[in-house]
Design a protein. Structure first.
Lengths: 316, 426
């Protein structure tokens, strides 16, 4: 790592804004923070007095809780606003709602919203830092980073690895962030799934499209299955979950084609028996729950860095 | 009262009469007059050295938003924007509230337009309420002053209804304008489908959504033998379909807008809602094809699809933002770039922006012969300016060209001999 390096980002809106150096730095900070969650007293005073708002327009358990735990372990004050409790229900626009939050002087607003680009829009209209916790079908950068961290922990590197992502690439903001993150750090990303799940010109993101799951998984170091997002589909993309499971589900037999030390990942929540068979989800090589654990560390690192952590040094 | 104005020393460009010459143009009251041997004492003379004198520009595709959405634009503000942009006449689309599908709405528009800064030609709806079911009353609409019909904003989904519209409109001497979009393919889409939509995570609209419907309209024009006009052509493939149809002798005309030959889908980057319109901005390949279409005559006219929206519709999440941009005040400089780029001659540009739309709509103007109506635009092709929000006359400011340095500007606009815009330094 370059000694002159400084994390320069006020907002985290997309993986696309991060250089390889940024990503590696975030992973390094997250690795150092991971130990805090293993202590009996899981709290450091680093962000004491900081106000963080979780502004969630879509249902979320894992991501919201992960950000909240991360903030609390850093001693920040956190507040949750969801679409059903916000004035969005009363017809207030996103910008107006955010400006009202802004008037209460939060330091960071963490936004989950169904519209792609909503985090960027917000960042243009409020002074607080914005962290994108998922915007439409665009990106979910903290998930991308925690996936990088999880692979890095097990493989010791990203460069040169082969990552197979199976499923609904077109509607997955996680896939989008992962493709950018893994390719920027030098991995080969393959994607597979029915053509109805492939976004237009997905190769432009750096991924190789495989005709079959077997082709994608062959020799892969990491196999990630994506959730079938029934709620996001405007038109019929697959005939049935049953047929999808038969042709695109990640199961033991398929994994015989992969590298013997293959890591199994899933951004959750899992439709067991659809995109991934239960024995795979719970079996050898599965790091699905480690992804969740690393999510807290990554988010602690992000909150710390975005609050200008470097300038004050890490408090213990 | 007899009023004579002499526009002197300008470059007179009159495509209808194949004239491109330096000289003077004499106006008497509301008409162009034959020059006399000596200048009458009471004539007002304007020296236009270095300027172009052209038949008044005509924009056959604008949304004036009145009645119903006066907070976005009114007939007064929209025609003032037109005059500022060098337009002497506009055809206004019927998707107002209420929809212009009856004579009473048409009469209201024309009454408002009687005080306006440009001629206003109302376009009526193809179907009642533009609902896609049943024809509007074309006979009544025509008698009230409508020059064409369209359900613009929406396609006519039912092919049989479109066929009947072409037939019935022809019986009443009305042009049919098609908003060509296959909705099953474009539904929920917010930008062109491709590399940029994938990068931004936005739902795409494939070029085929336009091409499929353009093909249907051409097939129906062939079936019925009647004229169809294709609005806002945005794609290479649709341009090519129209080119082939013209070769086969079909009665088809088509328009494109300055944004389709100036911008590409890249303008959407950063989720810029002022680059959101329908049809969407396409790729560089499409942009080049549109330019060639204007050059070779496949595309007949440049129309702006002037679509005012307030910040209420634009300063929101991209997928929730309204489609459309204003265009009246930027059309001329953006189109003049085609001449500066060497793509077309000045004569062809004026054909595209005045003579052709007059001919397609069957309205006055578009020519500078003696006795013609004195709808005239004087252009300073060298004038440079930067587009600012404050300078925009339209009630809405939704344009992706804010902050752009532009070259070429209307400096005088005459409608029937009446000066509607004056920005000539004297």
């Amino acid at each position: 790592m370059n000694k002159e390096y400084r994390f320069q980002h006020k907002h985290l809106l997309e993986m696309g804004q991060l250089s390889a150096e940024d990503m590696l730095y975030i992973l390094a900070i997250a690795r150092s923070f991971k130990e805090i969650s293993a202590r009996s007293i899981k709290k450091v005073p680093t962000l004491r007095g900081k106000t963080i708002i979780n502004f969630f327009f879509e249902p979320s358990t894992r991501t919201r809780l992960s950000f909240e735990i991360a903030a609390k372990r850093m001693s920040a004050d956190t507040f949750n606003v969801s679409a059903s409790t916000s004035s969005a229900q009363k017809g207030e626009t996103l910008i107006d709602t955010a400006r009202n939050l802004e008037a209460m002087n939060p330091d960071i607003i963490i936004l989950r919203h169904p519209s792609s680009g909503s985090s960027m829009l917000l960042s243009q209209h409020v002074n607080a830092s914005i962290i994108n916790a998922g915007d439409g079908t665009h990106e979910h950068p903290s998930q991308g980073l925690l996936d990088l961290m999880t692979v890095m922990e097990h493989k010791g590197r990203i460069e040169g690895l082969t990552i197979a992502i199976i499923g609904d690439i077109a509607h997955s903001r996680v896939a989008h962030s992962d493709i950018i993150g893994f390719t920027r750090l030098g991995a080969h990303v393959r994607v597979a799934g029915p053509a109805t799940f492939m976004p237009s010109q997905v190769e432009s993101l750096g991924a190789k499209v495989c005709a079959t799951t077997a082709e994608a998984v062959a020799g892969a170091d990491v196999v990630m299955a994506l959730r079938i997002q029934q709620e996001r589909q405007h038109d019929p993309l697959i005939p049935s979950l049953r047929e999808y499971a038969c042709f695109y589900g990640v199961n033991r037999k398929l994994l015989e084609l992969a590298h013997k030390d293959v890591l199994i990942m899933h951004p959750g929540p899992i439709n067991r028996g659809v995109e991934m068979s239960p024995d795979v989800a719970d079996g050898t090589g599965s790091v699905i729950l480690e992804q969740v654990a690393n999510g807290v560390a990554i988010r602690m690192a992000l909150l710390y860095l975005i609050m200008g952590g470097d300038k004050g040094g890490v408090a213990n | 009262m007899n009023k004579i104005t002499i526009l002197q020393n300008g470059r007179i460009i009159d495509p209808a009469n194949k004239v491109d010459t330096k000289g003077d143009l004499w106006l008497q009251n509301d008409r162009i007059m034959a020059p006399e041997s000596s200048i009458p004492a009471d004539a007002s003379c304007i020296n236009l050295q270095g300027h172009w004198i052209v038949p008044g520009l005509i924009d056959m595709h604008v949304h004036l938003r009145e009645p119903g959405e006066e907070y976005k634009e009114t007939i007064a503000s929209g025609t003032l924007a037109a005059a500022t942009g060098g337009f002497t006449a506009v055809a206004c689309m019927p998707n107002t509230r209420p929809v212009n599908d009856t004579a009473s709405v048409t009469r209201f528009i024309l009454e408002q337009a009687s005080q306006a800064s440009a001629r206003v030609y109302p376009v009526g709806a193809i179907s009642k309420g533009s609902g896609g079911i049943g024809l509007a009353e074309y006979g009544e609409l025509k008698a009230a002053g409508v020059v064409a019909v369209t359900d613009d904003g929406l396609p006519v989904i039912d092919s049989q209804l479109m066929r009947r519209a072409l037939e019935y409109a022809a019986s009443h001497g009305l042009l049919v304008i098609s908003h060509a979009e296959e909705m099953a393919l474009s539904r929920n889409g917010v930008m062109n489908e491709g590399l940029v939509s994938t990068r931004l995570g936005l739902r795409g609209i494939p070029v085929e959504a336009e091409a499929i419907m353009v093909y249907r309209e051409l097939a129906l024009a062939e079936l019925t033998g009647h004229h169809v006009h294709i609005a806002h052509v945005s794609t290479a493939v649709a341009t090519d379909l129209i080119r082939q149809a013209k070769k086969r002798g079909l009665k088809v005309t088509a328009e494109t807008a300055p944004h389709y030959f100036t911008l590409t889908e890249e303008a959407v980057a950063g989720y810029n809602t002022n680059a959101k319109m329908n049809p969407p901005l396409r790729t560089e390949m499409d942009r080049q094809a549109i330019r060639l279409g204007l050059q070779d005559g496949t595309l007949d006219t440049i129309a702006t699809d002037h679509a005012p929206h307030s910040i209420l519709e634009k300063k929101v999440e991209f997928d929730r933002a309204a489609n459309g941009i204003i265009g009246l005040e930027t059309s001329l400089p953006l189109s003049l770039a085609l001449v500066r780029d060497g793509l077309i001659e000045a004569m062809r540009l004026i054909e595209l922006m005045s003579t052709a739309p007059a001919r397609i709509l069957g309205v006055a103007g578009g020519a500078l012969a003696i006795g013609d109506v004195a709808d005239i635009t004087v252009i300073d092709p060298e004038r440079q300016f930067v587009l600012t929000e404050d300078a925009i006359v339209s009630r809405s400011k939704n344009t992706p060209f804010l902050g752009w340095p532009l070259q070429g500007k209307a400096v005088l606009t005459f409608v029937g001999g009446r000066l509607t815009y004056d920005d000539l330094p004297r």
